[in-house]
Design a protein around this ligand. Sequence first.
Ligand SMILES: NC(=O)c1ccc[n+]([C@@H]2O[C@H](COP(=O)([O-])OP(=O)(O)OC[C@H]3O[C@@H](n4cnc5c(N)ncnc54)[C@H](OP(=O)(O)O)[C@@H]3O)[C@@H](O)[C@H]2O)c1
Length: 327
Amino acid sequence: MKAITYTKYGAPDVLTPEQVTTPTPRDNEVLVKIQATSVTTGDQKARSLDLPRGYGLLGRLVFGILAPRRQILGTELAGRIVAVGRNVTRFKIGDDIFAYPGARLGGYAEYAALPEDAAIALIPSQLSYKEAVGLSFGPATALNFLHDKGDIQSGENVLIVGASGGVGTAAVQLAKYFGAHVTGVCSTTNIELVLSLGADQVIDYTQEDFSQSGADYDIILDTTGTVSYQSAQKALRSGGRFLMVSGDLPQLLSMSFARKRDGKKGIAGYAPEKAEELAFIAKLVEAGQFSPVIDRCYPLAEIQDAHAYVDTGRKKGNVIISVGDQL
Ligand SMILES: NC(=O)c1ccc[n+]([C@@H]2O[C@H](COP(=O)([O-])OP(=O)(O)OC[C@H]3O[C@@H](n4cnc5c(N)ncnc54)[C@H](OP(=O)(O)O)[C@@H]3O)[C@@H](O)[C@H]2O)c1
């Protein structure tokens, strides 16, 4: 099968087309004919090993010490199940699914074999493969941080820093779904987008520093790594939570050792890939309460250009890659 592989870490030109063996599903696996994948910040980091300060060694342990252990990137994918192992009961041939292999990777290819209990869910009926592929990385991360880690409650005042990105566009919509009053932090060009996702108000970070505005929040979710615990603490209400989706090791250490006042908490960590979270997001889509934001779409042959765009750090929502001919 056709795939995009990489054998060393680096700039987008490490990604090259290659013919590789089509996987055969094991007894507990499904074989997916992939129609769409994407370039997430996870793919970008696994390709470049350009990680936040202090995470270099951890990155090499996860992705490969000297060179990539898994040579086909692609943290999320959507397509049709074309074969199933003999013990598979959750899915059948012909099911249209989206999946979040996450750090297992594998989306930049014509086929992928995945365990049936991996993070896989049926595509909501109204979505194309191209739209469904953006339901994993950003939404599952936002859901994990807001709900599982942050214990978001209806009526809370929530600030999303990085509201126009892959995680942020999902976080704004999910926080609204949970009944919060949402403020999105973004640049001037993305104000309309963030308001269209349901944010009650926006703060333009090129004009104003949210921590100086005097507002107080129950939750501050930061996807940009630009907010310190100390400045978040000033803008949090008593009992407030600072959710650090992205940040470097010095920030994490300073948050861990900071004196916590008034029951305020700082929470960081990894958002795991879970099937039930994908199913939850698919239900919200079916109910018209969530829709993925697509910025650009590239064919697989232009994967280097797509990665170069994501490297700018300016993407809005998702950058999609078409693999098959049905989008
Ligand atoms: N902990 C976990 O398990 C986990 C899981 C997934 C992702 N992550 C991490 O989360 C981070 C965000 O991922 P992502 O996919 O959402 O990134 P992304 O889509 O690349 O984010 C880009 C967006 O961020 C905005 N932005 C940049 N600087 C900003 C600032 N100072 N204030 C407000 N907005 C700003 C940009 O808007 P402008 O162009 O207008 O600036 C752009 O729209 C990444 O570092 C990723 O590795 C962590």
